[in-house]
Design a binder for this molecule. Structure first.
Ligand code: ATP
Length: 239
């Protein structure tokens, strides 16, 4: 799945936050949005997943724009938000069933995948629990299970690492690798730069709603050669 964001301008009410952003994510790539608080990472993500409408510019998934076919566009994306959003009146089992319905998945195949993920995140015995019974990290894991059990070709993950324990971070990184190997593209945002540097294929450096630079770690180091050798050093020098 190729995500192409071209000259994207957007924001809240009529106030522009994103100022003509252009970047892409290719088949099987893990690309990270990097930027200070308020740089526009979540706003970019909100536009990509179709939660916000651009003022101008285009967003395409393998050439498909949301206005071409809203349902098809949204079914190609699975989203894990920074703050877990679950339905308070639904159990974990019902969240899995709701995901199956939303993505039109085969029930047996999807439950098979869900069971594997639930076991990985030690949630397999909590199918009758409601969101109120879960800790924040457990709620985040539920959101990861629901996203990773789909057939979505683009995974969008907003700051996945901060609320998860180290075991779960490793598990998540392995799951991302599996998805990438299957050709799924992943767009994430994170402040955990050492992990990002190790695992991401490319980085989109965002400042004040604009893309400062987009490239691999090698390209970033060459572009900002005087600023340091690690993503953290370069990012802090740019701040
Ligand atoms: P963080 O690292 O803190 O999550 P971010 O890079 O994701 O930051 P955004 O949440 O996209 O940043 O915010 C970009 C800009 O949009 C900021 O100036 C912020 O004040 C503004 N903004 C965010 N949410 C809203 C909103 N609901 N209404 C109005 N302005 C908003």
């Amino acid at each position: 799945m190729t995500l192409e964001v071209n000259q994207l301008t957007g924001g809240y009410s009529s106030i522009p936050v994103l100022k003509a952003e252009t970047f892409d994510v290719q088949d099987g790539e893990l690309v990270s949005l990097i930027g200070l608080n308020g740089a526009g990472k979540s706003t970019t993500i909100n536009h990509v997943i179709g939660l916000m409408t651009p003022f101008s510019g285009t967003i395409k998934l393998n050439g498909l724009r949301i206005e071409d076919d809203v349902q098809r566009y949204k079914q190609q994306i699975a989203y894990v938000p920074e703050m877990p959003v679950l339905y308070s009146e639904l159990t974990l089992r019902e969240h899995v069933d709701a995901t199956i319905m939303a993505y039109n998945l085969d029930h047996l195949v999807a439950w098979d995948r869900a069971n594997r993920l639930l076991k990985l995140f030690r949630l397999e015995n909590k199918l009758d629990w409601f969101p109120a019974n879960f800790s924040k990290g457990m709620r985040q894991k539920v959101m990861i299970v629901c996203a990773f059990m789909t057939d979505a070709k683009l995974l969008v993950i907003d700051e996945p690492f901060l609320g998860l324990d180290p075991l779960a971070v490793d598990d998540l990184l392995n799951l991302i690798e599996e998805k990438k190997a299957a050709g799924v593209s992943v767009l994430m945002s994170t402040h955990v730069l050492d992990t990002a540097e190790k695992h991401c294929d490319r980085f989109v450096l965002i400042n004040d709603g604009q893309v400062n630079y987009e490239g691999t770690m090698e390209q970033i180091k060459e572009h900002y050669q005087d600023l340091g050798d690690s993503l953290t050093d370069i990012y802090l020098s740019l701040a």
